[in-house]
Design a binder for this molecule. Structure first.
Ligand code: BES
Ligand code: MG
Ligand code: ZN
Length: 504
C-alpha cells in the first residue's frame, strides 16, 4: 500500500474514492448556512448531486455517520464521514472517521483513495496531527487478514491512500504521512502474526519473523534455541514447553537508537503460540482464539520495528519467550515444582496459568540490561477481561513515573491503560506450602495475583505489567480494527518511547 501526502486541494486530486471527514459545523444545519456553502464550494463544477445528497439524507456530520455521493469532482465516489462537533474534535475522532470511510471505500472495491478534511479543521489542530491521524485511521481501517481465502477470487486491496491538503506545508505533510505509514506497517506485522493460525506461527516461525524483521531494520536479533535455554536453566519456559512437540525459542531484539547512551529499556512479551491450557485443559469452545496468546510477543516485535523504522533515539531490548502450551505424555502437571532461571521455585497448581511461568524467566533475563524500566505485555488473564472488557489494558506496576507516562501515551494513541492495585494483602493468595510461590491465586482478583506473581521476578527494577488479554483480541470490529487481533501495544509503546526520547 502506498501512503502519501500531496499539497493540493483534495478536489484537484484524482482517485477512485474520496473520504472527506466533516464536522457538524462543516455540514451546517440548513442549506443557507455558512458551513454548508463552504462545503459545497470546496468542490468545483457541478455540485447538484452533492446538494441533493446533503438535503435528502439528513446528514448532519454526527460522528461516524456518513453519506455516499457518486461522481463528485474527480472521484468515482465520495464518502462524507461525520466527525461530530468541531469543539470535540480529536485525533481519535479523525482516526475513527477515516477508518469508517476507508472501509466504505473498500466495500465498493476502490483501490485509490484520497482522505481529507475541510480547511476549518486545520485551524484547530496541528497540521502534522491532522494528516497523521487521518492516515493512521485509514491505514489501520484498511487492514484485512485474507490470505487463506482461495475461492471466489479476492477483493482488490486498497493500493494507495493519499492525504490532500493545500494549506499544509509539504515537509510537514510528507513527514506525517511517512510516520503513519511506518507505524501502520508495524501494527500490520503484529496483527498478521496474531491472526495467523498456530500451525503457521509456532515458536520457531515466530523467531524467524523476528530475525527477518531485525535484518531489514538493522536491529540485533539473538534467538536462543532449546539447548541454550537449557543451559541458562530457564526452568519455567522448559516446563511449559514439555508437552509440546515443537521446541521453544527465546527471542531477543536489541534496538540501539541512541548509541551515545548506556540506558536501556526492556519490553517483554508473552509468546504462547497456542494455549490449550495443557493438562488443565481449556474447554473446547473458543479455544482457537488462543492462537493469539502470543500477542504480547508480537507487540514487542512490532514495537521494535516501529522504533527502528522511525529511528526513535532510545535503546530498547525486546524479549519474547515462546512455546506452545499443550498436554502430552511429557507435559508438566499440576503439583509439579519448577525451578526458574532466577532460582525461585514455583508450585504449579494449574498448567493453564502458563504465561506467568514463561515470563518469570524472561523478566529475570531482562535484568541483564540493567534497564531503566521493564515493561511486559501479556494476554495473561481472563480475569482482566472480566474486569475491564475490551476497551482498556490492565496496568500494574512499581514505577509510578512509567505508569503515568504510559497513561499519557494511552490517551494519545487511544490504546488506553487503566491502573489496577497490587496491594501486598493479595500476596497470601499465591503462597505455596512447598515452594516459593504458587502459580494461581484462587478465584478473586485473578489479574492482580498474576501481576504479583510476576513482580517476584523483577527484583528492584522499575516495572510495569500490561495485561492485554481483553484489548489484543477483539470479538467485534471497531472503526479501525477488524475482529481478531488489534495489534495493541505497538502504538502505545512507540508513543511512550517517543516521549522518553523527547525528554532528553
Ligand atoms: N491465555 C490465558 C488468558 C486469556 C484468557 C487470554 C482469555 C485471553 C482471553 C491464560 O494463559 C490463562 O489461561 N489464564 C487462566 C489463569 C487461571 C488458570 C488462573 C485464566 O485466566 O483463566
Ligand atoms: Mg493459559
Ligand atoms: Zn495463556
Amino acid at each position: 500500500m502506498k501512503v502519501d501526502f500531496v499539497q493540493k486541494r483534495f478536489s484537484a486530486v484524482k482517485a477512485d474514492a474520496l473520504v472527506l471527514v466533516l464536522t457538524k459545523e462543516d455540514v451546517g444545519a440548513g442549506n443557507k448556512s455558512a458551513g454548508r456553502s463552504r462545503l459545497i464550494s470546496s468542490f468545483p463544477g457541478d455540485t447538484s448531486q452533492l446538494e441533493r445528497a446533503l438535503a435528502g439524507s439528513g446528514f448532519t456530520g454526527d460522528k461516524d455517520k456518513h453519506i455516499t455521493v457518486y461522481s463528485l469532482a474527480k472521484f468515482g465516489v465520495a464518502f462524507l464521514v461525520g466527525a461530530g462537533d468541531e469543539s470535540d474534535l480529536s485525533n481519535e475522532r479523525l482516526r475513527r472517521a477515516a477508518g469508517v470511510g476507508i472501509r466504505e471505500a473498500q466495500l465498493v472495491k476502490a483501490t485509490s483513495v484520497v482522505v481529507a478534511t475541510l480547511d476549518s479543521v486545520l485551524d484547530e489542530t496541528s497540521h502534522y496531527e491532522v494528516v497523521h491521524s487521518l492516515l493512521e485511521g485509514a491505514i489501520l481501517g484498511a487492514y484485512k487478514f485474507d490470505k487463506y481465502f482461495t475461492l471466489n477470487g479476492k477483493n482488490p486491496k486498497i493500493a494507495s491512500i493519499t492525504a490532500a491538503f493545500a494549506p499544509v506545508e509539504a515537509s510537514i505533510g510528507k513527514k506525517a504521512a511517512k510516520d503513519a505509514e511506518l507505524i501502520g506497517e508495524a501494527v500490520y506485522l503484529t496483527r498478521d502474526l496474531c491472526n495467523a493460525p498456530a500451525n503457521e506461527v509456532y515458536p520457531e516461525a515466530l523467531a524467524d519473523v523476528a530475525v527477518k524483521m531485525a535484518r531489514k531494520f538493522h536491529v540485533h536479533a539473538r534467538i536462543l534455541d532449546e539447548k541454550q535455554i537449557r543451559k541458562l536453566k530457564m526452568g519455567g519456559l522448559l516446563a511449559v514447553n514439555s508437552g509440546s512437540a515443537r521446541p521453544p525459542r527465546f527471542i531477543t531484539l536489541e534496538y540501539k537508537g541512541d548509541p551515545r547512551s548506556r540506558d536501556w529499556y526492556a519490553i517483554v512479551g508473552k509468546g504462547i503460540t497456542f494455549d490449550s491450557g495443557g493438562i488443565s485443559l481449556k474447554p473446547s469452545t473458543g479455544m482457537g482464539e488462543m492462537k493469539m496468546d502470543m500477542s504480547g510477543a508480537a507487540a514487542v516485535i512490532g514495537t521494535i520495528q516501529a522504533l527502528a523504522s522511525l529511528k526513535i533515539p532510545v535503546n530498547v531490548v525486546g524479549i519474547a519467550p515462546s512455546t506452545e502450551n499443550l498436554p502430552g505424555g511429557r507435559a508438566y502437571k499440576p503439583g509439579d515444582v519448577v525451578t526458574t532461571m532466577s532460582g525461585i521455585t514455583i508450585e504449579v497448581d494449574n498448567t493453564d496459568a502458563e504465561g506467568r511461568i514463561i515470563l518469570s524467566d524472561a523478566l529475570h533475563y531482562a535484568k541483564r540490561y540493567r534497564p531503566k524500566a521493564i515493561i511486559d505485555l501479556a494476554t495473561l488473564t481472563g480475569a482482566c477481561v472480566v474486569a475491564l472488557g475490551h476497551h482498556a489494558t490492565g496496568m500494574f506496576g512499581t514505577s509510578e513515573d512509567t505508569m503515568a507516562q504510559l497513561k499519557d501515551a494511552g490517551e494519545k494513541t487511544f490504546e488506553r491503560v487503566w491502573q489496577m492495585p497490587i496491594y501486598e494483602e493479595y500476596e497470601k493468595q499465591i503462597k505455596s506450602d512447598i515452594a516459593d510461590v504458587k502459580n494461581v491465586g484462587g478465584r478473586w482478583g485473578g489479574a492482580i495475583t498474576a501481576a504479583l506473581f510476576l513482580k517476584k521476578f523483577v527484583g528492584d527494577y522499575p516495572w510495569v505489567h500490561l495485561d492485554i488479554a481483553g484489548t489484543a483480541m477483539l470479538e467485534e470490529e471497531t472503526d479501525y480494527s477488524q475482529k481478531g487481533s488489534s495489534g495493541v501495544g505497538v502504538r502505545l509503546l512507540t508513543q511512550f518511547f517517543k516521549h522518553i526520547a523527547s525528554q532528553r
